[in-house]
Design a protein around this ligand. Structure first.
Ligand code: ZN
Length: 208
């Protein structure tokens, strides 16, 4: 059996198991989804949203990119955010980074990575904002892990600067924003930053 056939076989087994435990599982999901969470995570294959939170299909709306970034001009991210907040009406938006993130580590080097450079520049901006704190740490690993945490925090703040989030906060006092960092070495999520709905932000970013 080749690799693709293995995937398809595993899929059949998984679907059969789901139905065995709960015969209406797929029928319930057929016509609608009502997830309470939007997950903005890293594309890293070791950080799958549903698996590490022990949740099922239908429970988390997911967007992933390299280093879980919220870039203001990223129409892909903004479309996901608008749909999750305005149509699905999620209660929480989670930005989930992870220790040992390759994107964050690459951003800390001076390597020219071609087409990847513009994306990593957004992480370099976070480094520049917090350079003193990061450089005060001794090892490269500690520095990279702190940048992972600070990057998650900055991306949560970027969410709060969008008109999508601000309108939802004004009209419906939701969603709450959260920054988490997942530990690849132990499987545990470390909550590091919160912005409850309605949190005041730097006035220059506030819309009328
Ligand atoms: Zn990563």
């Amino acid at each position: 059996m080749n690799e693709l056939e293995t995937l398809l076989e595993s899929n059949k087994e998984w679907a059969a198991n789901k139905v065995q435990v709960d015969k209406d599982f797929f029928r319930r999901l057929q016509d609608q989804q009502s997830p309470k969470f939007l997950w903005i995570g890293c594309s890293d294959s070791r950080v799958p949203a549903n698996e590490i939170t022990n949740t099922d299909p239908g429970e988390i709306f997911v967007h992933r990119n390299v280093a879980n970034m919220v870039v203001h001009t990223d129409l892909n991210l903004l479309t996901v955010l608008a749909y999750a907040v305005s149509v699905l009406k999620v209660e929480h938006v989670l930005v989930v980074g992870h220790y040992g993130c390759g994107g964050v580590k690459a951003a800390m080097t001076n390597q020219n990575l071609g087409i990847i450079n513009p994306w990593l520049k957004h992480i370099k901006d976070v480094y520049r904002l917090h350079r003193d704190e990061i450089n005060s740490l001794e090892s490269e690993t500690e520095q990279a892990n702190r940048l992972v945490e600070l990057n998650v925090q900055e991306q949560v703040m970027n969410l709060s600067k969008t008109s999508i989030i601000q309108e939802a906060w004004q009209q419906e006092r939701r969603p709450h924003l959260h920054g988490w960092v997942y530990g690849i070495s132990n499987g545990i999520i470390n909550p590091i930053f919160n912005m409850p709905a309605g949190t005041h932000i730097d006035p220059i970013y506030e819309f009328e």
